[in-house]
Structure formats: structure tokens, C-alpha cells
Design a protein around this ligand. Sequence first.
Ligand code: F6P
Length: 512
Amino acid sequence: MAHSYTNRKLTAAYPTDLKAWQALQEHHREAMQGKSLHELFAADKDRAGKYSIESGDLLLDYSKHHLDDKTCELLTQLASEADVPAAIEAMFAGEKINATEDRSVLHVALRAKISDAVALDTPGVREVWEVLAQMEDYVDAVHAGSIHGHTGKRLVDIVNIGIGGSDLGPVMASTALRPYWRDGLRFHSVSNIDGTQLADLKAELDPATTLFVICSKTFTTLETMSNANAARQWIVQALGDGAVESHFAAASTNHEAMDDFGIGAERRFRFWDWVGGRYSIWSAVGLSLALVTGMDTFRGLLAGGRVMDQHFRQAPMDANMPVTLALLGVWTNNFCGAQTQAILPYDNRLERFPAYLQQLQMESSGKSVRMDGKPVSCDTGMVIWGESGSNAQHSFYQLLHQGTRLVPVDFLLPSRSSGDTQVQHSLAVANCLAQSEALMEGDHPSNTIVFEKLTPEALGQLIALYEHKVFVEGVIWGIDSFDQWGVELGKKLVDGIKKSSNPSTRFLLSRL
Ligand code: F6P
């Protein structure tokens, strides 16, 4: 009973054997293949309003896809034949749906209210609100100056040290929420193992006013530990051994390692194995974001995530925004033949959002083995890429418009500027609409996700929308969206690489 969904998934049919899948193939071949978007719009004047969903602050307009009522009906049937409703409930119930790592998947608990009673019996879940309170005390004390640097100076430069999910979330969200930065505080990040980012920051920052936040679920990742050790060396050289305590905080599941590094108990912020790295911005991994923007902003982000969670859990499949986005992904990928998808935000503060979604989607859906250990029977995750829309118009849009590849697009379009630049922002809005119209006339599909303004709440909804979209796609394909064994292998191989007997590696090593 406790693992009913996961057990079912381990013996589930291939998606390609499902009735709805086969009906969709036929429907694509017989009814849709030859139809242009222009024809579809001409045939149904209400199309735009009809193929759109509103939830919270977001509107998803998916009318510019090669689909009609029959397509939508069959896609919804596919979701139900693939057991999507049960999968959603299994996640919220704390079932170990990350079967290959034998873990629950509970990033939704990080943004829930305790009264939502999301998987409260899962070890660690009841600690979520304690850690939030601990973060709040720490953030407020840093802002008030009662927690300060070793020499008594105010800590004003917050440097996140992490990589992958322990970097992309804080970097993307702090860039997106720049107008919410507290006066005098600045956000920086160090992720790359080559040391250049820290070298540049050392030239620019004063150690006496710098606070490093080390984020690492494992606290063993080579890149992060190399950078953390180099940062510690810099602090110790400038301010002495005793300064480490004042200039470092950390977020991890590995208490001993944080302790060994010299992080004091009140500056160690824990999270749990049921938080995947690429789903961790909602946990203490968001500490650097909370430090630079304030805890109210961070809580706004969490509240936005919760709005999307409630919609995801309650809305029927055919009016469910993440489910619909996932079904559109499956439709364009598995039936229309798209191999890549572009994410194009029209607020420059979302410039790191495509990179964030790259990890979220490609680490989650880059799988060719199913949960049951058998090879998949269809393509899985698409290649995700993108760039701030306005800039991208003048670099790669030509290929979107007139190239030979089918590249479905997600436009992210706020109606208002995230700053005081509404006049210029209106030009960005016009640009986005013009591009989506031109793509449509050229028969290229797109989604447009509209929201009023890039607030913490809207950002939270956007992130959660894509998290759930990725999950639903994985459920349909029968893969585990929450492991990353390929990346783990790369992490292991690096240790012995200098002694590798691989002839290609030996050749390159001889040159290096
Ligand atoms: O890149 C692989 C990965 O395992 C990601 O999933 C994770 O976000 C990243 O490494 C960093 O891992 P950690 O937070 O343990 O340092």
C-alpha cells in the first residue's frame, strides 16, 4: 500500500504500448501532420482563448501548437493511462518514487505550510520549518549587523559556493530578483573548478566584509570543496585562523563534513536526502538568496511554489498547467519529432532561467533506461537551450524561423517591467509577440507563458511549473526523473583519471 504507485511503475507497460499513444500516432499521421497553424487558427476563431490555462499569476497559451480538441482528449487519456494522477499523489504522500536511489521526492514539502500535512511522517519533514526559522534568525542578524565579520565589519558581499543545483538555483533566482536585493548587499557565485571565478572575486572583494555560503548536498563534490578550501585559505591568510567561523555558513545534508570544515552549529543549515540537487533552491540552498534579498522575498518564492503545487494536485488533468505543459512536450517530442526546445524569456533578469531549466530537464529526463531497468521504447528528454529573448533575436532566431529543424519554443513574457523601465519593456513585449506571430505564420509551434511581473511569487510558480512538467513527462516515459547516475559516474572517474589506461585519455594526457 505504502509503495503502491512505485510498485506498479516497476511493472508498467511501455508508453508506446498504451492505447492513447497509438491513437495519438494515428491521429498525428491522419489528421494533424498536414495542417498548418494558420489553417488551425482560421478554422477556429476562439482558438487562443480555448487552448490556454490560468493558474495563480501565470497564463499558459498553448494555442500555437499543431493540435485540436481530439489531440487534447488523447493526450489527457495518455496521462491517465500512464497513471499520472496516482504519481502526483504518490509524490505528495512521500512515497519513494525515486526508486533507484530508494528516496522520497519532497521538494514540495519545502514550500508547504505545516497545515498542508505534506508527508509529515517522512523523517526530516517536520524539521523544514525549524530550518526556515534558523535561516530567518541568521539572515536578520546579518542584516542587523549583530552577526558580522571577524573584524567587526558588516558582511556585505555574499558569495555562494556550489555547483549544479547548489549553484544554478541561487544564481538564477538572485539574478531574477535583483530589484529585491537589500541595500548595500551584493550576490556573487563561485562554481567552476578552474579557480578563475574566485580569483576574480579576490581581486574585487574585501575579506573582512565577505561571507561565503557553501552549498553542497553531499559536501564532497570536488568543484565545491576545492573552491571552499581556496576561499578558506584566503580568509585565513587575510584575517587569521579564528576568522573562518565568522565568514562561512553552509547548507548540506552532511553534518560531519560541515563540522570538519569549521562551520559552527548555528551556521550549519541542514536539508534532507529527499531534496534533489536540482530541486533544492527551496531548501537551505537558498540561503545566499535569502541573505541578499531578505527572508520575506525567500518566503515569497516558497509561497509561489506552493500555489503551483496546489494547482498541480487539485486541477483536473485537462486543466492542469504542468500536466498540459508536459503533454505538449511529449506531443512535440514523441509525435511531431522535435529534438530540442528553446526557452526564451522576455525579461533580461531571467537570463539564467534557460540554464537553470537545462539542469532541471536534462539531468532529470536524460535517461534511456526505465524504472524497471529495461531500455526505453521512445525518445526521452529533449535538449533544452535558450537565452534572453531580445538578445537571442539577434543571434539564433534565424534558425528558428527558417532553419530545417523543428524547435518548439517557450516564450516567458511579463506584461510589466521588473524595474522602472516600462517604456522599454513595452518594446520587449512587442518584440516577443511579433516573434511568436512570425513563428506561427511560418508553422513553428510555441507556448507563451504570460505573467504580470517577475515577483518572487511569480518566479516560484514558474520554477514549480517546470519541475512538475518534468516529473509528468518522466512518469509517461516510465523513467526515474530524480536520479543522475551518468553524472555520478563522471564524478567517480575523475579520481583515477591520471592513471587511466584508456588510449584516447593517455594521448591527451601526454599532450597536457
Ligand atoms: O551535477 C551532478 C550533481 O549531482 C547535481 O545533481 C548536483 O546538483 C550537483 O552535482 C552538486 O552536488 P552537491 O550539491 O552534492 O555538491
